[in-house]
Design a protein around this ligand. Structure first.
Ligand code: NDP
Length: 411
């Protein structure tokens, strides 16, 4: 290990940080970056305590590389440990998309299930070969802490339950992925982020489109500006919701309507297509069916203003069928993704020419990508902070609606 010392360290914390960056880079070179993520590996009962003291452990490992290299952590990484994932809430998305995707992943596999429905325990336990010892319900969920085959808990419950299960999973010493929206508001997201940090586990959001090559292209264009700065963004995501008794139409479980469910995709897209954080919002709500949508929003249009002056215009609805992202750039360029937000069949074009991407299994790429980011100690791009930033917009959106469409600043 070769460590470079600054000529004039000046501020001690800067000096410490510089050494730390170099040590970290050496660890990465040696394939030991996972020391930061020691929580992943089989430390059984001492695992949570280890997590809490991981900073100390990392410090020791940095000074004495043999310490890290000689313990379980190193051995696991070198043998290519696969993350065990437990899905919580075995509904449509978990069992029709995530569980099948976990059969295609390379960095992780399905090792646990959490359900409140006894028939699902039998059905899915058998279908995916998960033993009873690895299937929990909502009462005995916390016992998951003792299960070393489960490294990551993936919360796929109705929106209002995300916070409770994210926090319980973190306190059980597991890394967490939560479905969108991360919480019901920014305050909930901040609490989840804080607890995960305190427990030494990572928190990510199931933003699958960050792993779709068409959306990745739009993200790249915001950074590399092949057609100059972004001038205008339009995003629309709507579907016609069926069953009037479902939880998505109950405010207590869903938080809100189309905005919470699919409007967050538009907010995400507006943010990553511009590469900027919005500073203000103006929103309008319309209802054609006040009975069905008595508790939640049916159709909402909103405009986001960005620091550069760019505006995005979005519509989300539970009573229409739209699925589109358009980005106009200043130097006569445009990107169009339509359909934009589906699980498959996404079609992107630039100036009318197909982007030409092969379809990918978004969920498999997403879960593999998150696992890789945990091992590498990198920001996944879909961390809890992303969920928080979206919910800041959602909070401001509902303030605007409550104020009759007034322009609300986003802080
Ligand atoms: P479902 O209604 O299909 O499934 C939710 C599951 O949660 C139920 O099957 C049930 O599982 C469990 N559950 C526990 N308590 C309740 C309750 N009080 N009411 C209803 N269900 C309960 O929902 P989805 O799978 O469509 O959505 C789940 C989450 O995933 C949501 O947050 C949603 O936003 C997100 N999602 C994300 C998508 C994406 O593309 N990223 C796509 C679709 C959804 P059990 O019987 O096992 O206890």
């Amino acid at each position: 290990m070769q460590v470079f010392f600054p000529d004039n360290p000046g501020n001690l914390s800067v000096y410490r940080e510089l050494i730390w960056i170099q040590v970290r880079s050496c660890l990465r070179d040696w394939g030991m970056n996972y020391i930061y993520n020691a929580s992943l590996f089989g430390l059984s009962d001492s695992r949570r305590q280890f997590l809490k003291t991981s900073a100390k452990s990392v410090g020791i490992a940095a000074l004495y590389p043999w310490f890290a290299g000689s313990n379980l952590i190193g051995a696991h990484h070198k043998s290519g440990k696969t993350f065990g994932i437990a899905l919580v809430g075995l509904g449509n998305y978990a069992m029709k998309q995530l569980a099948p995707a976990l059969q295609e992943t390379k960095n992780c596999k399905l090792t646990g299930l959490v359900t409140g429905t006894p028939e699902k325990k039998v059905k899915y336990g058998k279908e995916y070969g998960i033993p009873d010892s690895h299937i929990y319900n909502y009462d005995n969920f916390d016992e998951i802490a003792k299960n070393d085959d489960i490294d990551i808990v993936y919360v796929v419950l109705p929106n209002s339950m995300h916070k409770e299960y994210v926090i319980r999973a973190a306190k059980a010493g597991k890394h967490v992925i939560s479905e969108k929206p991360l919480g019901l508001n920014a305050a909930e997201c901040e609490e989840m982020i804080r607890v995960c940090k305190e427990e030494g586990v990572t928190l990510n959001v199931g933003y699958r489109l960050h792993y779709d090559p068409n959306h990745m292209e739009v993200i790249r264009m915001a950074k590399e500006k092949p057609f100059g700065d972004v001038a205008y963004v339009q995003s629309e995501f709507s579907f016609t919701i069926g069953d009037p008794t479902q939880w998505r139409l109950r405010k207590a479980l869903a938080g809100g309507g189309a905005v919470y469910d699919i409007g967050v995709y538009c907010i995400q897209a507006n943010r990553y297509a511009t590469g900027e954080e919005p500073i203000a919002i103006t929103a309008q709500e319309y209802k054609t069916d006040p009975v069905k949508f008595a508790e939640v929003d049916e159709t909402v249009c909103f405009q986001l203003e960005f620091p550069s002056g760019v505006v995005s215009n979005s519509t989300t609805s539970y009573n229409a069928r739209t699925n589109r992202l358009y980005v106009g750039y200043k130097n006569r360029g445009s990107a169009l993704i339509e359909p934009a937000y589906s699980y498959g069949g996404i079609k992107g074009s630039i100036n009318g020419e197909s982007m030409g991407h092969e379809p990918v299994n978004q969920q498999a790429h997403q879960m593999d990508g998150i696992c890789k980011s945990i091992v590498d100690g990198n920001d996944s791009g879909v961390s809890g902070t992303e969920g928080l930033l979206d919910m800041k917009v959602v909070d401001a959106l509902y303030k605007s609606l409550a104020a009759g469409g007034k322009r609300i600043k986003i802080s």
